[in-house]
Design a protein around this ligand. Sequence first.
Ligand code: ADP
Length: 785
Amino acid sequence: MIPCLAALTVWQAVGSYRKDVADTERLVEALARVSEEHIAGVMRSFDQLLSEMEEAAPDGILADPQRALTAIGNRAKFIPELRSAAFINDQGIMLAGNLPGMAGTNVHDREYFRALLENPNLSIFISAPLRSRVVTGTSIVIVRSIRKGGGQLAGALAVAIDPKIFEDELRSVLPGDGGRVTLLRDDGVILARLPDSDKWRGVSVAQGNVMVNVAKEGRGTLVGSSVTDGLDRVIAYRRLENYPLVVAVGMSLSEALSDWRRDVSLQGGASLLLALLTFGLSMVSDRRLAERQRIQQALAASEARYRMLTEHSPVGVFQADPEGTCLYANERWLDLAGRSRDEMLGAKWCRVVHPDDREAVAALWQSHVSGQGEFLAEMRLMRGDGSIRWVRGHAAALSDSEGPAGGLVGTIEDITAAKEAERRLLLSEEKFAKAFRASPDAMVISLAEDGRYIELNDTFSSMLGYGRDELMGHTALEMGVWALPEDRAALVAAARRDGQVVNFETRLRRKNGETFDTLISVQEVVLDDQDCLLFICRDISERKAMEARGKELLARLDASNKELEQFAYVTSHDLQEPLRMIAGYAQLIERRYRGRLDKDADEFIAFLVDGAMRMQAMIRDLLEYSRVDRLSGQFTCFSMGDVLDDARANLGAALAEAGGTIEVGPMPEVNADRSQMLRLFQNLIGNALKYRSAERPPKVRVSAEQTARGWVFSVADNGIGIDPAYFDRIFLVFQRLHTREHYDGTGIGLAICKKIVERHSGHIWVESRPGEGCDFRFSLFEGQG
Ligand code: ADP
């Protein structure tokens, strides 16, 4: 629109420019015509004078000069600008003139005379402004030729006029500001020019626009710069018809166009205003358009954002119409309800609510719709797969400007985990309560602040012989529960300081005044934001009594053991003497009476000797057994390897006799009773050689192994082995698995081994497979590192 406006404005401006220029042209043309007429009038009057002067000098011969001059004088009265008039002969000499002294003046060299002389066809000539030789001031001389028959110059008539006469004529047509009017000779010499005629008079503007155009077409108009002052003008020029003169009237172009300029300014201004207005409006409308687009984009972005937020919301969002038909549900909602979008859209949303919850939900909804509180409900959703989700639903009835529209928007949050946790908590609380109530330990919770009982179980009340209500709300001190109240103060202080106290022993008092031993643990707990103390009390009076009884029994046992040991020692020791006597005499009888009595007597005596010997061996072994504890040596540090070397040496004969070998692995240093260790190994290795297999020479392997609980030694053989049924029995005193016929022995060797090992805080056992061999193992220093 703005380019159109601009084009229209330019078009109009050009049009009005052309019109204004044309109007100006017409004006200056008219002025030029008027000035032509004025100048022509002036010229005609001088022509008239010249004609009259010619009449006075036909053929150039001035017959009566006086008469001629009178005629000039008469005319001159009416032409004040006439400065002088003269008759000039063919030689250029003034014959007569109206002013004294003119006659005889030679003007032969004057331009005007020369022009007439040199151009035979020239009848009139107007001089350039010149200084007269007879009058002062600048004059213009108009001369007319007097020709003879062949055109030869016979003489000339001349009038000198004040150029002012032209200026006066021109002044009446001089246009206003910036206007110019010029009278020129047809060769371009300025005769008069307004304004500043004095300055321009006599100047030639032959090369100017006007003269070039006059040469071409005589009259016309032009728009161009003036030769005189360089200003642009609209100029009308006219060559006079009968005189070699040209008039030019010029109007300043800027003056001529002042209206146009004003109009153009006005129009331009108006157009500019219109353009600005249009531009402004377009800007405004552009801005509005941009703003609208921006708002639309923002709205679209906001909607997309909202949609994205809604779609990816961790909360289920849905919308339903007044009939409860689902219009929208986001992914989360569908996920929680375990339904597909196709399944839900258009369906009643409440069908996913668990049937047991529907009524409550509907009632809540009704009260919300009727303006009574918000809709916030915990409910179960029946998922498509039949499973259940607990959700917290929050919904609002949709309303428009005319009131509630009946639809709803709502959100649901998954609270299954919270519900589950709540259920578990309830369960655990229930369990705790049950455990608390049913605990075999007496439990009571009191406020830390004042010791008031706020909870207690039946065990506690029955332990003290009170009814529950008798204790609840009271303090222990009030009830005199503590036999030693200072213990309570110390216990509570420790529990408050350390958070808990475990197994504090004190005495409590029952309702009947009886006191009893109690083991109490206290734990600081916070219940309902209150600092409390949980007391767990166990009646240990029975245990205490049992402990006391146990201690007593132990002491008695110890005493009896000692007595028994003493008895065994004494018995075996004291039996030695009579036995030695029996054996001695039996052997004496045998030596003395063998073969002297009958055969039976010999046999009986042999039995007697054997029995006495066996008994001696048994009593010796029994004595040794009883000495393991009684007469034991000191513990010293020594190498078990050395002990084994000694054992090997002591068993040298048996080893050789059996053809066996002993292999001893790396042995540790130990802190033990060296002689008992020697005895232990000798017994075990001795047995290994004794109970060898008939099929192979005995091979004994002794090794040691360090375990977390101490050293474990092994004496393994390839002998006859032991049936697992007897693994324990063989370690008892006098327990044997074989008769003396097969293997000699008293059955006390392993019992001694057991006693030695136990004295060294260890234990002994056997592993075996009958027919393959035994592995006797014993540990030492168990639990002593
Ligand atoms: P004794 O060897 O005097 O009979 P012990 O107490 O040393 O008494 O052994 C008890 C019994 O354990 C033995 O009678 C024997 O039957 C069995 N026994 C002991 N050591 C071995 C062994 N290395 N191989 C097989 N049996 C054994």
